[in-house]
Each structure stands twice: as C-alpha cells, then as structure tokens.
Design a binder for this molecule. Structure first.
Ligand SMILES: Nc1ncnc2c1ncn2[C@@H]1O[C@H](COP(=O)(O)OP(=O)(O)OP(=O)(O)O)[C@@H](O)[C@H]1O
Ligand SMILES: [Mg+2]
Length: 225
C-alpha cells in the first residue's frame, strides 16, 4: 500500500467533508422553516464557516495541479486584469471601496490564465477584507512592465500587518493577531497565491505598516516581443 501525498490527502479529506456539511446545512434549513431560534442561526454560521474552510483547503490542494504544459499559453495579462477589474469594481462599489488602477497595455506572459486570475483575486479579496469601516477604504491596483518582467501590485489602506508577523503570512494557516480579531479566514489564500506565482516562475513580496496598509507585489517574467 502506498502512503498518499499530503496534498492528495488534504484534497480527499476536504472533498469528503463537503458532502456531510451540505447535507447538514440542508437539514438545518428544513428545521428553520418551522422554528427560528438564535441557536439555529448560530449553527448556520458555524456550518458556513466550516464550508468556507473546506473550500479553501480544496483550493490549496488544487493550486499545484493543472500546470501541465498543455494548459499553459501565452496570453495578454493586461487584458485579463482589466477584465477581472470589471468584477472587482462592481463588488467594491457595493462595499463602498474606492479602486484606483493603472494597467499598462499588452503585457504578454506565459502561464495558466485561470490560475493567475485566482492569485490576483486572492490579493484583492484580502485587501477588501482587511479594510476598516471607520478608516479610508482604498485599494490601488497596478500592472507595469519593467524590462524582462512585469509587476502586478495590490495595495490597500487596511489594518496592516505587525512587523514581527510579516515573515509568516505566506505560511499555511498563519493568521496575524489583528486579522483574527477583524475577520474570519483559513490562512490559506497567500500560501495558494505564492504557490501559483512560483509555478509561473515569478516572485511575491509583501510590505505593510500596522494601522496604515499593505502592499503585495507579484513579479512575472514577460514574453519578449
Ligand atoms: N491586505 C492585508 N491586510 C492585512 N493583513 C493581511 C492582508 N493580506 C494578508 N494579511 C494577513 O495574512 C494572513 C494570511 O492571509 P491569507 O489570505 O493566507 O489568509 P486569510 O485571509 O486569513 O484566509 P483565507 O484563506 O480565507 O484567504 C491573514 O490572516 C492576515 O493576517
Ligand atoms: Mg485571504
């Protein structure tokens, strides 16, 4: 008998957990139709939070797969980011977040477009999640070409990351002290993003000041025309 790879094991366990969670949620919805109590509402919230963790685990296990040469192609990253920005701006508008963007045109990279979308949206989703309700609510997104590489940057005016915790944020399941008090999460989004970026031959860096904001920069090699 062979021992399963850790990533496969995570995938199998997360996948198998999804079915009972969905069934539990459905049963609870039936009960809610006849009785509505705070306890039932609390159960719904617990299930939703577990479901979101299971989805994050599945995303983590999947992040290393699908990079076969057959799925890779040269594509216009600028056009892809502009398309994603449409969606981001709609969500931002409903959350009262100001988005500014500076996307240089026709930056061509080689990779799996769907995975790069996922990495980008993970960064934007963090920026949205870690904004405060009372402070400035701004996210700046840029994509610029710098010689043989390009730099995709997502910066926000959110809660920031304490200096002594910055080096840990790409570690699976790590969440900073301020983040834990601020919003829920699994601590997997940045680990997934880093894995995707590295599989594309890129690098990722983060800088932050607590109470001021955070900037994440991804650098990818560009296809020379
Ligand atoms: N823009 C940001 N502002 C402040 N803290 C951040 C930001 N991005 C990441 N962090 C910190 O890094 C940690 C890891 O981020 P990551 O995206 O991996 O996990 P998460 O957001 O907690 O959960 P999820 O798996 O749902 O994305 C976060 O918990 C938070 O502490
Ligand atoms: Mg996250």
């Amino acid at each position: 008998m062979t021992t399963p790879e850790p990533t496969n094991l995570v995938y199998d366990v997360a996948h198998d957990l999804q079915t009972p969670l969905t069934a539990l949620k459905a049963q609870l919805s039936l009960i809610t139709k006849t009785r509505r109590t705070d306890e039932i509402k609390a159960c719904h919230e617990i299930i939703d939070s577990m479901s979101s963790m299971v989805s994050d685990l599945l995303a983590y296990a999947r992040s290393g797969t699908g990079f076969e040469t057959v799925n890779q192609k040269e594509f216009d990253l600028s056009a892809r980011i502009i398309e994603a920005l449409d969606y981001v701006e709609t969500v931002a508008h409903s959350c009262r977040v100001k988005i500014t963007s500076d996307i240089h045109p026709r930056i061509i990279v080689n990779g799996v477009p769907g995975k790069i979308d996922e990495a980008f949206l993970n960064l934007v989703s963090n920026s949205m999640k870690y904004l405060t309700t009372s402070g400035p609510r701004e996210i700046s997104i840029s994509l610029i070409k710098t010689g043989k590489s390009c730099c995709l940057s997502v910066a926000d005016t959110g809660i920031g990351i304490p200096h002594d915790e910055l080096e840990h944020v790409f570690t699976r399941f790590y969440r900073t002290r301020p983040a834990t008090q601020h919003a829920s999460g699994s601590g997997l989004g940045l680990a997934i993003t880093k894995k995707i970026v590295e599989l594309h031959g890129g690098t990722i860096a983060i800088e932050s000041a607590e109470g001021i904001g955070t900037r994440v920069e991804i650098k990818f090699p560009v296809v020379q025309s």
